[in-house]
Ligand binder design. Structure first.
Ligand code: NPW
Ligand code: ADP
Length: 314
């Protein structure tokens, strides 16, 4: 039976009702499906993308994730993003937060290393990191903007979330020279701050497609069904996740998770597809026996979800 894009949008419009959605990324599409850019991600697709942990591997095999996040008031966002990188399997994770968060970091996440914000401003400071995320709870102040400028001047690609997106919304000069393969992970408000207000989700999605192609980035437009828009303008629709996950901090975990997959060598599009699918899958597993899920609980579930994907048949 044909599936149309309108199924995955929270509002209605005439256009999305006639846009076909193909199932799966890899299988040979039927003639009519072939014409569509919209594809529903399946478990089989995700299994094709994920790589097993290798024999004789060590922490160096799985990359080094740097998370730039947090202010004194939003240290939780930073800790959750770092936790996302840990549970996503990055070999090493370093967090840079204000010093006031150090006790919390060492208590809550002893596996995570720390580096001073100022250290990131040095010339070769970022060389050792294989993936970088910036934004969760970082605020919109001058210091956060300076760090973002440093990433641009060193021509590093990164995962931009939350306040990094809010800063970029006011800095089109930076946004327009963003490194190819960067990943932007806005929720609806952040998206509209970046690219202007939209009348409905169909229009918003068309802007996401145009901007992903124009800027050469992957846009992860978050919602119940998250849209992952590739640099080629393909739209991958994530089917996992549920309303029990509608609690603060959930997106921070996703940012860390996607960053961990980049650190492990996945392409930007694959890292985003994997991250969204496994994040939602963990939520679906937990929602079987509880009313709501906290971001910390979800993070704890992620290694199990990834294990299930690898070990189940189909
Ligand atoms: N523990 C911590 O330290 C945490 C810190 N955090 C950090 O705080 C900073 C501010 O982030 P933020 O996202 O809360 O603020 P902001 O961008 O104004 O958006 C909020 C409004 O947007 C809307 N909205 C959002 N999603 C939507 C959706 N799917 N669908 C529809 N609407 C949606 C919704 O608006 P409403 O519908 O209520 O009008 C909501 O009220 C940021 O740096 C972040 O990292 C958080 O991560 C939490 C944990
Ligand atoms: N009803 C829902 N169904 C599926 N996923 C959801 C639902 N509500 C929230 N999520 C997921 O939780 C995350 C929320 O991200 P975000 O709004 O950035 O949160 P925060 O800023 O609080 O960390 C997204 O990945 C989104 O897809």
């Amino acid at each position: 039976m044909a599936v149309f894009l309108s199924t995955f949008l929270p509002d209605t419009d005439a256009e999305s009702k006639v846009q076909l959605v193909a199932t799966g990324l890899g299988k040979q599409p039927s003639k009519e499906e072939n014409a569509t850019r919209y594809r529903l991600v399946t478990e089989a697709d995700v299994k094709n993308i994920i790589k097993p942990r290798k024999e004789f591997s060590h922490k160096g095999t799985y990359g080094h994730a740097l998370i730039i996040a947090g202010t004194t008031q939003t240290m939780g966002a930073a800790l959750l993003a770092a936790k996302g990188a840990l549970v996503g399997g990055a070999g090493l994770t370093t967090l840079t937060i204000p010093e006031s968060g150090l006790v919390a970091l060492n208590t809550a996440l002893p596996e995570v290393m720390y580096t001073k914000r100022k250290a990131l401003l040095k010339e070769k400071a970022l060389d050792k990191y294989t993936a970088i995320a910036v934004g969760p709870g970082i605020g919109k102040g001058a210091k956060a903007e300076q760090i973002l400028e440093q990433l641009f001047s060193l021509k590093r690609e990164f995962v931009a979330d939350a306040d990094a997106l809010n800063i970029l919304a006011g800095r089109p000069d930076l946004l327009n020279k963003i490194e190819k393969h960067a990943i932007l992970t806005p929720h609806v408000k952040e998206f509209d701050r970046l690219f202007g207000a939209h009348e409905n989700w169909w229009n918003r999605l068309q802007t996401a497609i145009r901007k992903a192609v124009e800027l050469g980035v992957v846009i992860v437009l978050k919602n119940q069904y998250t849209f992952i828009v590739s640099q080629r303008g393909e739209v991958f629709i994530n089917p996992t996740g549920n309303p029990a996950m509608a609690q603060g901090g959930m997106g921070d975990v996703l940012t860390g998770l996607i960053t961990a997959y980049i650190a492990q060598g996945y392409s930007s599009t694959d890292a985003a597809i994997l991250g969204c699918y496994i994040h939602g899958m963990a939520g679906d597993e937990l929602a079987k026996d509880r009313f709501n899920i906290t971001a910390s609980q979800l993070a704890e579930q992620i290694p199990r979800s990834r294990y299930q994907l690898q070990s189940s048949d189909s």
